[in-house]
Design a protein around this ligand. Structure first.
Ligand SMILES: Cc1cc2nc3c(=O)[nH]c(=O)nc-3n(C[C@H](O)[C@H](O)[C@H](O)COP(=O)(O)OP(=O)(O)OC[C@H]3O[C@@H](n4cnc5c(N)ncnc54)[C@H](O)[C@@H]3O)c2cc1C
Length: 379
């Protein structure tokens, strides 16, 4: 059994935790990152090559300042790591005229002066002939949107953190932790006991194990993604096709230009509401969700409605209002956490890593985190 001392321990080295390790190590702190599985595993929320980044934010204008900072960080972190993490393809929200997603995204553009265009069905078809949308669908185009290479992003953050001295231990879950009388923490794993001044908890779908106050607030649901054979790949290549969110009667689906896979990637329906326990090792995608994805392709993107090449299941960790929760553990200011990113958190991970580093070093953030406080969910 080992016993070591650190400035900060980060429990969970996925999207948020890897970014936190990097931002903490960059500040000269002695960092230990503990990860339950290996890097790049497919048991959590961040696998599957890429994640959409949208600046026009229908989930609420309050996200825009943070996603702007995240956008900047994806570019600079990619440059520092020598990896292309941010792909700017433009993003488009597609929904019936007057429906929530397009109107709310538009509002966020107006509130924050984001470049945007409202497109009617004819213009959408002219620019992106792969879509065959229902009559009356319109689009909100924002040219700075795109995607982040999600698995590469975790590798980049970890590599940069290690280069600044961070220790990353994979296959070593945090079993439990406790505050100490001196105002620090002690963390126990199967391999040892570690002490630190601060703890950052970023354990995704498992967060309630480490933060019991979240147990009644958090739910975990199964989400499907797939890559499908395309008839006309030229319509879907990066540069010709954007990232998108499509709201139709079957649900909300999201897709990407072709990227590092011969198939066209589509996910959804967003918030499929199929509960799962992340402790259960089965990540088979739900047949019902896969059937809905295939129906969406058949009806609205028929040139990508070929056979599935790859199907995967993934975990969404969801809060009751679908906003993030970023806060200190109640009564333990030296332990902070970020989770419940409710199926839309990856794009923010670079900035949330920085926020967690700020919270654990100064107790403050440059951003207004009130909308993400645990208190807002008090019964
Ligand atoms: C299919 C799918 C599609 C999505 N699409 C998008 C999108 O297009 N755009 C977007 O912005 N967001 C998207 N999201 C959401 C986004 O991916 C998540 O919000 C984000 O990945 C969550 O990051 P995380 O760090 O909280 O979780 P994870 O990346 O899962 O990391 C948590 C880590 O903690 C580890 N862990 C757990 N318990 C312990 C422990 N006790 N000790 C040590 N380690 C532990 C886990 O093994 C895991 O590696 C999507 C999510 C899914 C599932």
């Amino acid at each position: 059994m080992t016993s070591h001392s650190y400035d900060v321990i980060v429990a969970g080295v996925g999207a948020m935790g890897s970014a936190a390790c990097w931002h903490l190590a960059k500040r000269g702190l002695k960092v230990l990152g503990l990860e339950r599985f290996d890097l790049g595993h497919a048991m959590g929320s961040s696998h599957g090559l890429n994640r959409i980044i949208r600046l026009a934010y229908f989930e609420g204008s309050h996200y825009v300042p943070i996603v702007r900072r995240a956008h900047e960080l994806w570019r600079t972190t990619g440059d520092e790591a020598g990896m292309k993490l941010l792909h700017v393809t433009g993003s488009i929200d597609l929904a019936p005229e007057g429906a929530g997603p397009v109107e709310s995204s538009l509002q966020s553009c107006l509130d924050h002066g984001l470049v945007h265009e409202r497109l009617d069905g004819r213009e959408i078809a002219r620019r992106f002939p792969a879509f065959q949308l229902p009559e009356g669908h319109v689009g909100l185009w924002q040219p700075d949107g795109g995607f982040v290479a999600s698995e590469k992003a975790i590798y980049a953050h970890v590599g940069l953190a290690q280069a600044r001295g961070a220790e990353i231990r994979t296959g070593e879950p945090m079993l439990d932790w406790a505050p100490t009388a001196q105002g620090g923490v002690v963390v126990r794993t199967e391999r040892g006991t570690y002490s630190a001044g601060r703890l950052v908890i970023t354990s995704g779908g498992w967060i309630a194990d480490a933060v019991p106050a979240l147990a009644s607030k958090v739910s975990t649901v199964r989400q499907a993604i797939g890559w499908f054979t395309t008839r006309r790949p030229e319509l879907f290549r990066e540069g010709a096709f954007p990232v998108f969110i499509l709201s139709v009667e079957e649900g909300a689906f999201y897709g990407f230009p072709l990227y590092e896979h011969p198939g066209f990637k589509l996910g959804g329906p967003h918030f499929g509401r199929e509960p799962m326990d992340p402790r259960d090792d089965d990540r088979t995608p739900s047949p019902r969700q896969v059937a809905l994805i295939r129906e969406c392709l058949r009806r609205y993107i028929p040139d990508a409605a070929g056979d599935p090449l790859t199907l995967k299941g993934c975990v969404y960790t969801v809060s009751p209002d679908e906003d993030f929760i970023i806060d200190a553990v109640p009564g333990v200011p030296q332990a902070v956490f970020a989770s419940c990113c409710s199926g839309h958190g990856f794009k923010f991970a670079s900035a949330i890593g920085e926020i967690l580093a700020d919270l654990s070093t100064s107790g403050q953030s440059a951003f207004d985190l009130t909308p993400f406080s645990l208190d807002r969910l008090a019964a």
